[in-house]
Ligand binder design. Structure first.
Ligand SMILES: [Zn+2]
Length: 143
């Protein structure tokens, strides 16, 4: 009986650690695993959508504007690089094709990186769930 409780808590802590690794609230996932069994916690964690990236939103926006937008030569406002007319001062703009291509390449690279990270997280989660199932099976056999 004590062994089952110890394994339960250890597996819940494992699910919590996995959640923390994915940028989620570990306390929340620890509670889920303790109440609903670590197996269900692991399955839920595997099915949950990836969390939004954290960080200073203002910094990210400014950073994105500089990286992805062209500066209007007439009024110095940031505008989308594909525009031919500034929406702020109506001045004529040259579409910045280099910036457009760069932005598309960056977006593609980012999507591929996220997909790879998601695949890795899924793989780890599947491994943990299979491990938990095996451990529970072993525990039931030992009893
Ligand atoms: Zn302008």
């Amino acid at each position: 009986m004590w062994l089952a409780i110890v394994v339960w808590v250890v597996l819940s802590a494992l699910v919590s650690w996995l959640a923390h690794r994915q940028g989620r609230n570990p306390g929340y996932w620890l509670a889920i695993s303790l109440v609903l069994t670590p197996l269900l916690g692991g399955v839920l964690l595997m099915m949950a959508r990836p969390p939004a990236p954290q960080g200073d939103t203002n910094y990210t926006i400014t950073h994105d504007m500089e990286m992805t937008h062209a500066k209007c030569p007439h009024c110095a406002e940031y505008v989308r690089p594909e525009l031919t007319r500034c929406p702020y001062c109506q001045g004529k703009l040259e579409p910045n094709t280099a910036l457009i291509a760069e932005r598309q390449a960056e977006k593609l690279a980012e999507e591929q990186g996220l997909a790879a990270q998601l695949r890795l997280n899924r793989l780890i989660s599947v491994g943990v769930v299979v491990g938990i199932a095996v451990l529970i099976g072993v525990l039931l056999t030992l009893r």
